[in-house]
Design a protein around this ligand. Structure first.
Ligand SMILES: C[S@@+](CC[C@H](N)C(=O)[O-])C[C@H]1O[C@@H](n2cnc3c(N)ncnc32)[C@H](O)[C@@H]1O
Length: 286
């Protein structure tokens, strides 16, 4: 199987126009934050953020396959003492473009540094917004299962009568559970909170993803040979992980020095022998 990585130097608002309709299986990206980190790669004023980003999300909608997924890492900045609303406004406007706001994952940054502010606590999470073009999209939930943990051993040892049937919620939430379904299992599905440390060895970029982040979404939403894109490529974490996981990839970066850095370590084309059940190196998190 041939796996290709295509790197593009330029503004993704323009470069995306050269990418085929309905050709991408997964987009994972972290755009520049509003006004943040002005000294390293510019920033967009929070009041202009939605206006700046919408033409890009329109192109992302066009290039994503109907069965594909878009994961957007973003967090609203504090402006004049309150959280700005540009992320919420962006979600509303993207829905008008046709996107479904399917889910929101939380990235809990396990190692965020301590701090003290008069009116808030340290910020240790970011949003990972999931958008889709349609309700039915590709999702391989078994690929991200996690060990059941020790609670299962004691909880499942002695089951009450209620545990053996579907126990409807006592607060009428509509949620029910049948605990006995989990007897004998060693793995469970994860929650929508991802506990991952931020990247500390900065890899010459001030806002890199930990490799475990794109890796988790690549496992969940793609298979080998699919195509993953990061339109704000930065230090190329998504591209590097996609290549390691035998996915095709496209990265776009406006900054020439970041682009050159990624270009150095990326193989434009690699041939792999397809072996059923073969695994590749994965990162540990949790
Ligand atoms: C938050 S960083 C992405 C970091 C990346 N996730 C990583 O792991 O390294 C955003 C990147 O987008 C780039 N960028 C900003 N505006 C862009 C644009 N219009 N088109 C393409 N890249 C852009 C910046 O130069 C920066 O490297």
């Amino acid at each position: 199987m041939e796996i290709k990585s295509k790197l593009i130097l330029g503004d993704c608002a323009k470069e995306l126009k050269n990418i085929e309709d309905n050709s991408i299986d997964l987009i994972v990206t972290s755009p520049p934050y509003a006004d943040a980190r002005k000294n390293s790669y510019g920033g967009i004023h929070p009041n202009k953020y939605v206006e700046w980003f919408l033409p890009i999300t329109q192109e992302l909608f066009r290039v994503l396959k109907p069965s594909g997924t878009f994961i957007l890492n973003i967090k609203e900045k504090v402006v004049k003492g309150e959280r700005h609303t540009y992320v919420l406004e962006l979600i509303m406007k993207m829905r008008e473009q046709g996107w479904l706001w399917t889910e929101e994952f939380i990235w809990h940054k396990k190692n965020s540094y301590p701090g003290k502010w008069p009116n808030r606590f340290r910020d240790s999470w970011e949003r990972l917004l999931q958008f889709n073009k349609q309700k039915k999209f590709k999702m391989y939930q078994d690929a991200v299962m996690v060990p059941m943990g020790d609670w299962a051993k004691s909880r499942l040892r002695r089951l009450s009568d209620t545990d053996k049937t579907r126990d409807e919620s006592k607060v009428l939430s509509g949620f029910g559970k049948n605990i006995s379904n989990w007897v004998g299992r060693t793995m469970a599905y994860p929650t929508n909170v991802l506990h991952m440390a931020t990247e500390c060895g900065n890899r010459n970029h001030s806002a890199t993803f930990p490799e475990s982040l794109p890796e988790w979404f690549i496992k969940l939403f793609t298979k080998e040979g699919d195509c993953v894109m990061d339109p704000f490529m930065g230090s190329g974490t998504t591209i590097k992980v996609a290549q390691r996981m035998h996915r095709n990839s496209i990265g776009i970066e406006i900054d020439e020095s970041f682009f050159k850095m990624v270009y150095k370590f990326t193989e434009p084309s690699v041939y792999y022998l397809f072996e059923r059940g073969k695994t590749y190196d994965t990162t540990q998190h949790g």
